[in-house]
Design a binder for this molecule. Sequence first.
Ligand SMILES: Cc1cc2nc3c(=O)[nH]c(=O)nc-3n(C[C@H](O)[C@H](O)[C@H](O)COP(=O)(O)OP(=O)(O)OC[C@H]3O[C@@H](n4cnc5c(N)ncnc54)[C@H](O)[C@@H]3O)c2cc1C
Length: 470
Amino acid sequence: MSAKNGTPHSEALDLVVVGGGVAGLVAALCAATEGDVLVLTKGPLLSSNSQLAQGGIAAAVADDDSPELHAEDTIRTGRGLCRRSAVSVLTEEAPARIRDLVELGVEFDEGFGLEGGHSRRRVVHAGGAATGDRVARLLAERVLAHPRIQVAEGERMLSLWFTDERCVGVVTDRRAVAARATLVATGGAAALWQRTTNPPGALGEGMTAAYRAGVGLADLEFVQFHPTTLVDSSLLLSEALRGEGALLLDEHGERFTDELAPRDVVAREIAARGTALLDLRAIDRARFPGLMGSLAEEGYDPAATPIPVAPAAHYSVGGILTDLDGRSELAGLYAAGECAATGVHGANRLASNSLLECLVFGRRAALAALAEPGLPARLPKASVPAAAEPVTAALRRGLWEDCGLIRDAAGLERLQSAPHLLTRLIAESALTREESRGSHFRIDFPAESEAFERHVVLRPGAEPVLETWP
Ligand SMILES: Cc1cc2nc3c(=O)[nH]c(=O)nc-3n(C[C@H](O)[C@H](O)[C@H](O)COP(=O)(O)OP(=O)(O)OC[C@H]3O[C@@H](n4cnc5c(N)ncnc54)[C@H](O)[C@@H]3O)c2cc1C
């Protein structure tokens, strides 16, 4: 797919969107109804995490379902930390956002998928396990065709452009871009871990840039590990397979866990054994043509033999602290999608709630951003970005070993001297949370503690604080 040229602007934009995943694309389309928008993506437009999403999008659209039931499942999985107002927004708006996609032209499959933690079949999907690709591709086509949206592919944000009072745009590897509002939609940071389901670009650069601009980051210690990733590979074998009846077996061919228990539980059960076997022999494999093709390419025959799987870092629950309209703590700066922390996931994300989060909060952030005031007549000089911090193999191994599925103070303290700001912040959050909850497991504090029924928030120049959000 070829992009329109991103040319420097002499006049300020209404919105600059950093990131071309589902959150950024939805936000761009919503804002372009009233404003001029620029979308920046550091890689090709169609190379986001969003495109890889397999299982689908959770939404209470089935006859036997309701937003309240969806909210209950989300809150149960979030282990006492979900911001209930955010969950209500997410689950109540979900059916309307699915209708938006249908109106745009997404063709969803018949029937609903079942995934871990859901009490109902409520996951809408397209092309079997190709949901992310179908949705992201269509949104990208609409964005590229929109007369009020410019797209600059291969242009990387190095830092935000800000004064003490507000954000005025971004500094990229090519120029400074001024905009009335800036939306960071740069996705998560799971590619910082050695074993990951994410593409290499998922490094949390938006979170780092926001922190450097002085805003709070929250819930960074909660990183979801996907239980069933093909060993020695980043190929994720979707939870939808287990929803269809795939079994997890140990080396003796025995089941050892509830396949649809929350991801953190299943991931730790597998990690305790090193690897496990995912038995796909009895399910309707034809429903997942893409995945079966990928397994064949890797040399596996799922009709004949169970597939070896192990956990991998998958999803950043935390990120840039925002309100329910994507506002960060700096005026004019918004965040949505995986890089944001609305509190909607609590301590653990319910499967297939993240694409939904992109749809719901991407739209809300765009609509709120349109109400930002104009820029001052004179803009401050754009600050020179900090030197890039390389993400080395040693850094990724360090995060895997010291801030993986099972953590302790000694490992987390080691990470505090890592030559990478976001790694140090993740370790600091994980050290602060002296308990185990959801996706954060400390072997030295193995139980949940009421004292930590709060969010860890980090701000530059300040000690970590524990906050309760309304
Ligand atoms: C294999 C896999 C399967 C998944 N399956 C599901 C699923 O079935 N259902 C579900 O709900 N979720 C799923 N997820 C999670 C979901 O895909 C993501 O949480 C979601 O797509 C994140 O979207 P986003 O728009 O926030 O960010 P992304 O899709 O990650 O997009 C980030 C964008 O930001 C750009 N970017 C990053 N840094 C910079 C920078 N410095 N400058 C410029 N651009 C930058 C990137 O190039 C990219 O365009 C899955 C994830 C993976 C990896």
